[in-house]
Design a protein around this ligand. Structure first.
Ligand SMILES: Nc1nc2c(c(=O)[nH]1)N[C@@H](CNc1ccc(C(=O)N[C@@H](CCC(=O)N[C@@H](CCC(=O)N[C@@H](CCC(=O)O)C(=O)O)C(=O)O)C(=O)O)cc1)CN2
Ligand SMILES: [Zn+2]
Length: 759
C-alpha cells in the first residue's frame, strides 16, 4: 500500500542546553583545542540526527548543521573566500572560516545580514574575488558520516545556486546570471557525487522564489534546473521554498525537478494548488506544521488540509513536513518547568513539531484513528478560553487609538530648533546606541540573582555600581549624550517581555540569532499591557550622576513584536499597537521623571518587511503608526531617538523618515558603507547618525578610519544634522576594546568639528 511520507527541512543546531554555542566560544577563547572542538560538535550533530530519526521522520535533513552559518558554508565549499583573507585554494580551514565570519586583526569580517524576514543572520558571500571551484563537497562528507555512524541515509540540504548568488554581493565584472552559470558545473558535481553515494532525495533550497521574482530570475532558475536535469540525471531534486508562497506556481510546477516544496502555513498554497495542474510525475512536499512559531498545531485541521491536497496529488506523490527549517524555534519543551500549564500544553518546539508531524502521518496513513489528533485542538481551545487572552481596557484603548492622529503635534523642524535651544549640542554630537559590555561578571551576577543566591538589594547595588562606572567612563571619554548601559537587561526584547503584561517567557527557549549568539524570544499570549515602570529607576540613577543628558532606552513596538513569538488569533497590527500603547506609558513615565532624550529602538522594523512587495505598504504604514503611537504624547522639547541595524535600508528610507523621530542612528559600517548611496537622492533633514564603526568585530578601528566614515557621510548629509555613533550597541564587546574604540570615535568627531570651524 502506498503511503504519505514525512520530511523536515532542518533542525536547530544549538543543542538542548546551547552546547553548540558553548563549544564555539570555548574554542574561540582558546579554552579547548581544535580536535576537542571538532569532536564535540560532531557529537551534537549526530545527536540531532538521531533525534530526528527517533521522531519517525522518513527523510532526515543532513548538511544543515554548521560551524557558524549555512550561507557561509556554501560559499567556502566553492572556495569563495574574500581576497583579504589570504587564501590560496583547497578546503577552507576552520580558522579562515571563522575569520570571514568574525574578522581578525588583519581583515574586516564579511557583512552579515538578515535571512529573509527572520531574526537569523547570514554571512554575505562576496563574489568579486577568486573563480569558484568545488573545494570541498561538504554535503557528501556529512551524508557519509550519517550513514557510517548512524545508518541514516540522509537527505542533503543545499542552498540553491540562484538564491545563493542573489544573497551575495560584489558581483565584480560579472552579471548576476553569469555568476549563477559559473556555479552550475560545481553544483552538478555535488549532485552527482551525492546521487552516487546512494541518497534518494536532495533538497535544494530556492527561497527567493517566494519573493517578487523577475523575468531574469525565472529564466535563470529554469536554465539552472534544466542544466541539472541533463548533467545530473540521477539526482532527485526537491526544490524547496518557504516563508511565503510562490507567485507563479504554474511556472514552478514545470521546472525540471522531481519534487517541489511549498509552504502551506504562510501562504495560500492550498488554493493555488487546487487551481494548478500539478504534474503526476512530481512529488509535492507540503509544509504543514508552522516551522517558525511555537504554537501547537490543530492537527484535525492539518488532517483536513492533507485530505484536500490528496484530491490533487496521490499519496505516493506527497511528503508532509514543517513549513521551513526548525532552526527558527527552540529545541524542546522538556526543560520548561515554569510555564503555566494551559500555555505549556498549547506550545510546540522543534522536537514536539516532529512528533506532531508523525501523528498526522500515522492518521493519514490509517495506522491510527483520527481521534488521535484531537489533543492539539483541545489545548488551543483551552488557551483561547483562558482569561489572560483578553483585557477589556486594552481592547478599548486600542479602539480609541484607531480614531486618533498618531503624529506628534509640533513638526520636526520646529522641534529641532526647540531642542537645540535646550541641549546646545556641539556640531557632530557623539553618543552610543545603548548597551555596554555584558561582561561575564554581569551575566554571572544575574544568574546568581535569578537562582536566589544573592538578594535583590545586592543585585541592584551591583547594577548601580556598573552604571556608575560606565557613566564615569563616558564622562571621561567626553561623549555628548550618555546612556546607562542596559546592564539590568538580558536582552532588549526579553527584558520588556518579562515586564509587560500579556507575555510569558521560557527558561530555555533559545534560538540562534547569528554565529554563537542566541536569543530567547518571549511569547505574546495575552493582550499586552503596561504593569509598572520598567526602566525609570536605572535611567534616573544614571542621570543623577551627570550633568549631561542620559538617553532613556526602550525597545520599540515593531521590534518587540517581530522578535517575540506572537499569538496568531489577533491581527498583527492590533498586537503591535497594544505594545505601542503600553510603551507610551513608559515613555511618559521617563519624561515626567525628567529624562529629556528617549531612544525607542526599531532594529527589527526592516526585517519584518513582507517578502512580497505588494504587502509592503500595509506593513510599513502599520509600523510607522505603531512607532508614532509610542512617542506621540511627549513634549516637543523631548528628543526622541530611534535606531536600526542589520539590514538593507535603501528600500524603506521614506518609512524611516515617516517615523518622525528627532534623531535616528543606523548601522552602516558592517555593510561597508553602501547605505550612503540611499541619501544621494533622498533629502533627509532630521538628526541622523550613520554608524562609524562595526561593533560585531573585536577589532578596534582607528581614528582615521572613523574620520573617513564621517567624511563619506558628510558628502550626502548636512553637517548640522549628523551624529557620530557606533553601528549598534556594545553588549557583545569586551571593555578594553570598547573604551579604546569610543575614545578614538570621539577624537575623530572632535577633529572633524575643528576642521568644520576653520572652513
Ligand atoms: N532579541 C534580539 N534579537 C536581535 C538582537 C538582540 O539584541 N536581541 N540583536 C541583533 C543581533 N542578535 C543578537 C542576538 C543575541 C545576542 C546576545 O548577546 N545573546 C546572548 C544571550 C543574551 C542573554 O540573554 N544572556 C543571559 C545569560 C544567559 C546565560 O547564558 N547564562 C549562562 C550563565 C552566565 C554565565 O555564567 O556566563 C547559563 O545559563 O549558562 C543574561 O544576560 O542573563 C548570547 O547568546 O550569549 C547579541 C546579538 C539582531 N537580533
Ligand atoms: Zn542595533
Amino acid at each position: 500500500m502506498s503511503s504519505v511520507r514525512s520530511s523536515s527541512l532542518g533542525f536547530p543546531r544549538i543543542g538542548e542546553q546551547r552546547e553548540w554555542k558553548k563549544n564555539l566560544e570555548a574554542y574561540w577563547n582558546q579554552k579547548i583545542s581544535k580536535e576537542d572542538y571538532v569532536t564535540k560538535q560532531k557529537a551534537l550533530r549526530l545527536e540531532n540526527l538521531q533525534k530526528q530519526k527517533d521522531a519517525g521522520l522518513d527523510l532526515i535533513p543532513v548538511g544543515d548543521f554548521t560551524h557558524y552559518d549555512h550561507v557561509l558554508d556554501t560559499a567556502v565549499a566553492f572556495g569563495l573566500v574574500p581576497d583579504r583573507f589570504s587564501y590560496d585554494g583547497g578546503e577552507v580551514d576552520l580558522d579562515t572560516y571563522f575569520a570571514i565570519a568574525r574578522g581578525n586583526d588583519k581583515a574586516v569580517a564579511a557583512e552579515m545580514t538578515k535571512w529573509f524576514d527572520t531574526n537569523y543572520h547570514y554571512i554575505v558571500p562576496e563574489l568579486n574575488g577568486r573563480e569558484p571551484e568545488l573545494v570541498h563537497n561538504r554535503w557528501l562528507t556529512l551524508i557519509e558520516e550519517a550513514k557510517k555512524e548512524l545508518h541514516i541515509v540522509g537527505k542533503p540540504v543545499i542552498l540553491g545556486p540562484v538564491t545563493f548568488v542573489k544573497l551575495s554581493k560584489q558581483y565584480g565584472n560579472r552579471s548576476f546570471v553569469d555568476h549563477v552559470r559559473s556555479l552550475l558545473p560545481l553544483y552538478t558535481t555535488v549532485l552527482n557525487e551525492l546521487a552516487n553515494a546512494g541518497v534518494e532525495w536532495i533538497q535544494v533550497d530556492e527561497p527567493i522564489l517566494v519573493g517578487d521574482v523577475s523575468d531574469e530570475e525565472w529564466s535563470i532558475i529554469e536554465e539552472a534546473y534544466d542544466w541539472f536535469a541533463k548533467s545530473a540525471p540521477d539526482a532527485k531534486i526537491l526544490l524547496q521554498t518557504y516563508f511565503e508562497g510562490i507567485g507563479a506556481l504554474d511556472r514552478a510546477t514545470k521546472l525540471a525537478v522531481a519534487g517541489l516544496g511549498l509552504d502551506f502555513v504562510y501562504s495560500n498554497s492550498l488554493e493555488q494548488l487546487k487551481g494548478t495542474d500539478f504534474p503526476k510525475d512530481k512529488t509535492l512536499a507540503a509544509g504543514l506544521i508552522d516551522g517558525r512559531n511555537i504554537w501547537r498545531t490543530d492537527l484535525t485541521e492539518t488532517h483536513s488540509i492533507v485530505k484536500e491536497i490528496l484530491t490533487v496529488v496521490s499519496e505516493e506523490q506527497l511528503i508532509i513536513q514543517p513549513s521551513c527549517s526548525l532552526l527558527h524555534v527552540p529545541v524542546t519543551l522538556k526543560h520548561e518547568q515554569k510555564l503555566e500549564s494551559d500555555l505549556k500544553a498549547a506550545l510546540s518546539f522543534a522536537e514536539e513539531k516532529l512528533t506532531e508531524l508523525d501523528q498526522v502521518k500515522s492518521v493519514v496513513n490509517k495506522e491510527n484513528e483520527p481521534e488521535r489528533l484531537q489533543a492539539g485542538k483541545e489545548a488551543i481551545e483551552a488557551l483561547n478560553q483562558s482569561a489572560s487572552r483578553t483585557n477589556k481596557e486594552v481592547r478599548e484603548a486600542l479602539e480609541r487609538s484607531k480614531k486618533e492622529d498618531s503624529k506628534r503635534e509640533v513638526p520636526a523642524n520646529k522641534r529641532m530648533e526647540l531642542q537645540q535651544e535646550v541641549f546646545q549640542f556641539p556640531s557632530l554630537p557623539t553618543t552610543t546606541i545603548g548597551s555596554f559590555p555584558q561582561s561575564p561578571e554581569v551575566r554571572k551576577t544575574r544568574l546568581q540573582w535569578r537562582r536566589g543566591e544573592i538578594s535583590n538589594e545586592a543585585y541592584e547595588a551591583f547594577i548601580n555600581a556598573e552604571i556608575k562606572r560606565w557613566i564615569d567612563i563616558q564622562e571621561e571619554i567626553d561623549l555628548d549624550v550618555l546612556v546607562h548601559g542596559e546592564f539590568e537587561r538580558t536582552d532588549m526584547v526579553e527584558f520588556f517581555g518579562e515586564k509587560l503584561g500579556g507575555f510569558e517567557f521560557t527558561s530555555n527557549g533559545w534560538v540562534q540569532s547569528y554565529g554563537s549568539r542566541c536569543v530567547k524570544p518571549p511569547i505574546i499570549y495575552g493582550d499586552v499591557y503596561f504593569q509598572e515602570a520598567m526602566t525609570v529607576k536605572e535611567t534616573l540613577y544614571a542621570q543623577s550622576l551627570t550633568e549631561k543628558p542620559v538617553k532613556g532606552m526602550l525597545t520599540g513596538p515593531v521590534t518587540i513584536y517581530n522578535w517575540s513569538f506572537p499569538r496568531t488569533d489577533l491581527q498583527p497590527g492590533d498586537v503591535v499597537n497594544q505594545i505601542a500603547l503600553a510603551l507610551e506609558k513608559e515613555v511618559l513615565a521617563l519624561e515626567s521623571a525628567g529624562i529629556t532624550v528617549i531612544q525607542v529602538d526599531e532594529p527589527a522594523l526592516r526585517e519584518g518587511l513582507p517578502l512580497k512587495r505588494s504587502k509592503w505598504t500595509d506593513y510599513l504604514n502599520q509600523s510607522v503608526v505603531a512607532f508614532q503611537l509610542s512617542v506621540k504624547s511627549v513634549q516637543p522639547e523631548t528628543q526622541i531617538h530611534t535606531h536600526m541595524c542589520y539590514s538593507d535600508f535603501q528600500d524603506i528610507i521614506q518609512a524611516i523618515d515617516g517615523l518622525d523621530a528627532d534623531v535616528i542612528s543606523i548601522e552602516m559600517s558592517r555593510s561597508h558603507g553602501e547605505l550612503i548611496t540611499a541619501f544621494e537622492d533622498y533629502t533627509y533633514s532630521k538628526g541622523i547618525g550613520l554608524g562609524v564603526y562595526d561593533i560585531h568585530s573585536p577589532r578596534v578601528p582607528t581614528e582615521e578610519e572613523m574620520e573617513t566614515s564621517i567624511n563619506r557621510a558628510l558628502q550626502v548629509l548636512d553637517q548640522r544634522i549628523f551624529w557620530v555613533n557606533p553601528d549598534c550597541g556594545l553588549k557583545t564587546r569586551k571593555e578594553p576594546e570598547t573604551v579604546e574604540a569610543l575614545k578614538a570615535m570621539v577624537k575623530a568627531a572632535k577633529n572633524k568639528r575643528k576642521e568644520l570651524l576653520v572652513k
